[in-house]
Design a protein around this ligand. Sequence first.
Ligand code: HEM
Length: 242
Amino acid sequence: MSRTLPGRIWRSIYRQPFADEEREGARVINDSLLMHLHPVKLRRHGLSITYTFGLGGISFLLFIVLTVTGVLLMFQYLPTTEQAYADIQRLSGEVFLGQLLRNMHRWAAHAMVLAVFLHMCRAFFTGSYKPPRSFNWAVGVGLLVLTLLLSFTGYLLPWDQLAFWAITVGTNIAGYAPLVGRALRSFLLDGIVVGQGALLRFYVLHVVVLPLVLALLVGLHFWRVRKDGGISGPPLPGGGHE
Ligand code: HEM
């Protein structure tokens, strides 16, 4: 038992003794909130960078970057037609590190779309969409749609000409979707033109609804990776997958 103050503080948070035996090590990891997020055991191929390229993890990391920079941007942005454009100009020109923050958010958003797409391609090419992982593939499709919707809703927020016309075109296209098109368009715009109602709806979808649903689905996705027996394996010599 450590007698120094830092040692005692550490012990009060992390109560497990050092484990030098395999079973005890597994128990320590399982009992810890942070460490149990990683599997206790991995198959060898799971450690190979070129099997997954870490693309799922990179997508998740980018989501965290987007959440942190997004929350910081919210301190400087008001979603009104009078204020939004001016706020973005102020952010880019006057606010300390504002331009950096804005660019980090924008580039992380582009990178996340790319990373999620490449992760999906990887899961396809390694045959990971097959049973028992077919449900997780469907969850992944939901994640892809949410990622794209987050990009789409964020596009209107700078309230400049590019944003205005892109969303006008985008919502017009959505309006032609079979059966639900008109209802979807009027739900998104809160009317028939891109105005204050649309800006508020896109803002709420972008900063609350979509990130929340995405975070919940990511939790389900990670849990399923575990329940499906860890990440898939390369084809076995006699045919089939792990
Ligand atoms: C926000 C988006 C996403 C995140 C954060 C995410 C995260 C992850 C992570 C961390 C893994 C573990 C293995 C790895 O890193 O490759 C994984 C596995 C998997 N993901 Fe995703 N994913 C996302 C989107 C998708 C999409 C769009 C699809 C497919 C449509 C998908 C399908 C799968 C499948 C099938 C597996 C199991 C792979 C295997 O066992 O080899 N995911 N995901």
